[in-house]
Design a binder for this molecule. Structure first.
Ligand code: ZN
Length: 485
């Protein structure tokens, strides 16, 4: 997902049009008009039942509904339930649906009931532009906030790695040649033991997650997940959180895990250390301000992480979570994020997912897949196709949030309720510090040196086993092309 597409989605004003991908302009123009015209009729793509027993490829009827939204981003009344279009109609040019209301409106002081020790929700979030960096832009690193967060890096050995050119492989042969040494996931899939990339020892388990919200169609996804009693992990973008705070609250209060996914969705390896701190810090602050909790996990956009990004994330108390990738270089990416721009068809994306499921069923570990709740198309793919395909698989997959499938209880997903004093600062090496670069020696002083160093399954890091090499069909070539873009 390009930064530009975020700019488009957020800034319906299209203030930065010169940087916008034309495909995204077209897409956004459709979405914008549908939610800003209170009396316009919104053509529904379908009214297919989304019960778990419904075939993902069944045909559907077409219906029409009248939109009632009055403002961009404001949820309308729930018109569509959890219906979804036929697969062939999920495309860059599909009609936009009316956005749905949150599943429940929560008041300040309400507390999650699904884990103990949860603080009540803070007073309702009121957006004040002066309190936040500009949305979808790299935050200013000279702010007092960023300078304060920089102090969290004290005592950590942040690898002295220069930023990559643009976070892609084709632009950066020098760093590609050094990718193994710098632990660069993007070019070669290099991980460290501190990364979460699978659900260890849990075959047939899908650590389910959605990235880039909270957004206009996240509520539709939440309705479906509630209906199916599925919990997931949401990697939230700070700029979206302050834009859609009630959707973020809905995610959290519905029992989904909340994790950090940066402020403006850059390739983190391209940034200076201060910029990375700013991206993570502002997102963490947005979530804390709205929910009252501080996530202990994060996901780098595009999976673009290296040892420097890793060390910074861990120093700030956030464990990196990527998605499953085979040793042969095929990542468990559905490419759903390419559908809105017309780069990938819904059929190809779903075929990719079916390939993932077919191979995942042979693994000793559970798996993690990249999917998104940012766009209408990606939400429809999830509720109509990928989630039902996993649920209807024989034997069915178990769907769990990523923390849960890694043995991390809800309490430990947030600083305020974390019961494991060695998490996320785990002592994985003999000299008592965490090893972020895989050289066998610690790169940080433990911040909990007086606590017992538990690396048990209730929140410690888990050493994942290697996946066997297996062939992925269909979009492997496309994957390489996308990386090259
Ligand atoms: Zn993302």
């Amino acid at each position: 997902m390009k930064l530009q597409s975020f700019t488009v989605l957020l800034a319906i004003t299209a203030a930065n049009a010169t940087k916008i991908n034309p495909l995204h302009i077209k897409r956004q123009a459709t979405a914008s008009s549908s939610v800003s015209t209170a009396t316009s009729a919104t053509v529904a793509a379908s009214s297919v039942s989304s019960s778990s027993g419904t075939s993902a490829t069944s045909s559907s009827t077409t219906g029409i509904s009248t939109g009632t939204a009055t403002a961009v981003g404001a949820p309308a009344s729930a018109t569509w339930g959890t219906s979804y279009p036929p697969l062939s109609q999920i495309s860059s040019g599909m009609p936009s649906e009316v956005t749905q209301a949150v599943t429940t409106t929560y008041t300040a002081g309400a507390s999650p009931t699904y884990y103990s020790g949860a603080d009540p929700l803070p007073t309702p979030f009121v957006f004040n532009a002066a309190d936040w960096p500009a949305q979808d832009k790299l935050p200013d690193t000279s702010s007092s906030e960023v300078q304060e967060w920089m102090e969290e890096l004290d005592g950590w050995d942040i690898p002295d790695l220069s930023p990559t050119v643009d976070g892609t492989c084709v632009s950066d042969p020098a760093n590609v040649a050094n990718a193994s040494a710098r632990g660069w996931w993007t070019c070669g899939g290099y991980t460290r033991d501190t990364d979460i990339t699978v659900c260890p020892g849990k075959p047939m388990t899908w650590g389910t997650s959605f990235d880039d919200g909270p957004a206009f169609y996240t509520t539709k996804l939440l309705h479906f997940l509630n209906e199916q009693n599925i919990k997931a992990t949401f990697f939230d973008v700070g700029s979206r959180c302050i834009e859609n705070p009630n959707v973020l609250i809905d995610e959290y209060m519905s029992g989904h895990e909340i994790a950090v996914h940066t402020w403006s969705h850059p390739h983190l390896t391209t940034l200076t250390t201060e910029q990375i701190v700013a991206e993570l810090g502002w997102t963490r602050k947005a979530i804390k301000t709205i929910l009252g909790v501080t996530p202990t996990t994060m996901r780098p956009p595009y999976g673009d992480i290296d040892d420097r990004v890793r060390a910074i994330s861990l120093a700030m108390g956030m464990v990196p979570i990527i998605w499953t990738r085979t040793p042969s270089g095929v990542s468990f990416d559905t490419f759903d994020w390419e559908i809105p721009g017309g780069v990938v068809t819904s059929e190809a994306s779903f075929s990719q997912f079916e390939g993932i499921l077919g191979n995942a069923s042979t693994l000793e570990d559970g798996f993690i897949v990249l999917e998104h709740d940012l766009y209408e198309q990606t939400v429809d793919m999830a509720i109509g196709y990928t989630l039902p395909a996993a649920l209807n698989h024989n034997p069915p997959f178990t769907l769990e949030p990523i923390g849960q499938c890694n043995g991390i209880p809800y309490t430990n997903m947030y600083v305020e309720s974390n019961l494991n004093t060695s998490f996320p600062i785990a002592n994985g090496t003999s000299d008592g510090g965490i090893d972020t670069d895989g050289d066998g020696t610690g790169d940080a002083k433990s911040k909990n040196s007086t606590s017992s160093a538990s690396t048990s399954s209730n929140g410690g890091f888990t050493q994942h086993t290697s996946l066997s090499i297996f062939a992925m069909p269909l979009l492997a070539t496309l994957a390489a092309l996308v990386v090259a873009l």
